[in-house]
Design a protein around this ligand. Sequence first.
Ligand code: TA6
Length: 294
Amino acid sequence: QVERVELDELVCWRVRTASAELLVAQQGAQVLSYQRDGEAPLIWLSEQAAFRKGQSVRGGVPVCWPWFGALERNPQAVQALYQGNDAPAHGLVRNLDWQLLEIDTREDAVNLQFALLQPENGLPGWPHHVDLRLHIHLDERLHLSLASHNHGDQPVTVGQALHTYLAVGDIRQARVEGLAGVHYIETLQDWQERTQHGDLHFEAETDRIYLDLPERLSVFDPAWQRRIHLHSSGSRSAVVWNPWIDKSQRLSQFASDAWQRMLCIETANVLGDTLHLAPGEQKSLAVSLWAEPL
Ligand code: TA6
């Protein structure tokens, strides 16, 4: 079933199925946590998470839209649509109050539909009429789908990402599989373009944008004796991020050793893979997440 709960300043919804629990904040339609009974959590939430209006909660799946990261790192077509002054990191919608439009519960599945129905004149500094909906479908997997619907009379170009914080037993033992041969942008080395050789393992801060991705990736998580699977659609790019020690201590809501237990794999439309919507057009960015024991 679905229950409304308040965590500090935020209205949240706790979802129970026969075998799993999910927590989502109405602010930003941000999934906060997800765990199947008897298993390790799949989605990571910071032990120091703060639930404040207007502030992104550290962890879960923040929605980055209508740009990813720093606006000036986005293609010109994305930058041109914003006329505001200070462009916040990761766009304009993750700290806004969305609406829960629909709850549909069945014995072993739940559907939630959140929406950010913008006024005709769009968002502050972003005067374009595009409606956003986040569809959460929970069965034996977690399915997230972000639909953008252009109700304006002009085409728009959007950068976006489902900024998924996965929980892992120990990042130093983890491996991301499925990236061999894939090109990526090394954002920590002047955004140089490189090619991935073999599985990705972690021994320092990692912040890479992978391009021309396959639809399926997996995370070998031996510390928790499992493999996490991600199956995306509507996306050919993804950001892989772990802050490691120093960066995590410069970020909000990050306990000193928490970097060891999280890994962001962010299903995205960024750089050459940005989203183009003609007037009237709707497109979705989606990812399905599940884990299997080794
Ligand atoms: O997705 C990686 C990233 O862009 C990192 O560079 C870091 O900034 C992270 O997102 C978190 O950003 P936030 O604004 O949520 O603290």
